[in-house]
Design a protein. Sequence first.
Length: 401
Amino acid sequence: MPLTRFRFLLYALLACSFAISSCVLAKEAHPVNSALTAHEWGTFTSIAGREGRAVEWSPLTGSTDLPAFVEHFRNAGFKLGLRGTVRMETPVLYFYSANKATVSVKVSFAQGVITEWYPHADDVQPKQNLFDGSLYHSFAGGSISWDSVNISPAARTEFPQEARENHYYAARMTSSAPLVVKSAAGEQQEKFLFYRGVSTFSLPISVTLAGAGKVHVENLNDEAIPNTILFERRGDKVGYRIGGAIQDTSDLDSPELTGSVDELARELEGMLVAQGLYQDEAHAMIETWRGSWFEEGSRLLYLVPASFVNRVLPLSIQPAPAQTVRVFVGRLELVTPATERAVQTAFAAHDTATLEKYSRFLEPILSTMIKNEPSSAKAKQLQAYLGLSYNHLIAQNVRPN
């Protein structure tokens, strides 16, 4: 074959390959709205067992702590009996745009089910009920999607509001654009897309009690944990210790109970802003969870690596925003000796006021105490306390599955 003809065929082949590759890439590429920004925050709540990993639990409380207009999977009490290792609490997704825009949004949840949401969603998977009350039986995960979310910067805001106060409303105190979602349920307005859920995925972190008041923190993720805070509250006294980023492991001393919630709130707000949230978003997140993050007991608060969030909670927005920021705080509750003493003393004295401070964590706290108790007599007594807690649930017509 003449050299010139060979070169011509080679160039033609390369040109065809480039054209085919360009077509494939064009089909796979997703449109981008260069004027659109999306920011999201949320919380992963778990409780550490004696090995440091998150244990299975369900809350001993009859309250959903949400306004009545929020929609639920199956019914308002369903999640209370749904056992998992992680309770994903109040992710809110904000949008910013100078002009009107319409997007579709889908969130998938690894090994988890979406249990509450607002506004009305077009599709929530799975369709079937999870009758066994557990997510451990070969359940890959659920999802939620809104097909047409109208971002309306100049819209007149008529957000739903109930007469009673609720920490749900604090998330509205941002400069994000109002959203309008139209569906069979009618037109609904909100400042964000809201959803919650329960899952069994493994946390990126492990925390064990190391003796002498120390806790041992181990990063189980390939990416560094951006920041950590060891917090403790006993009555009116609070303390916290900032552990910083953790690449592999770290030992943290128990904090002295000489701090204040306001000081910690300012520290945490700065951490959230450093991760990419706007100032008003970070403030709204802290105000939403101030009454919970800083309540009685001991816990590790940590910033969840972004890669981990995207892996367990994949988010798809079409057309895609030019920028998407997702900042999640992990809350890992610790059953320390001080917590054990407080709970056992309160049960023995019928001190309901103290028990209420631990509220939904009573079941996993008692279960952990039973596993750690070498005395069979004391373990039996703790088992009786656990039974009392379940009887309290039954009295409220909420039966754990």
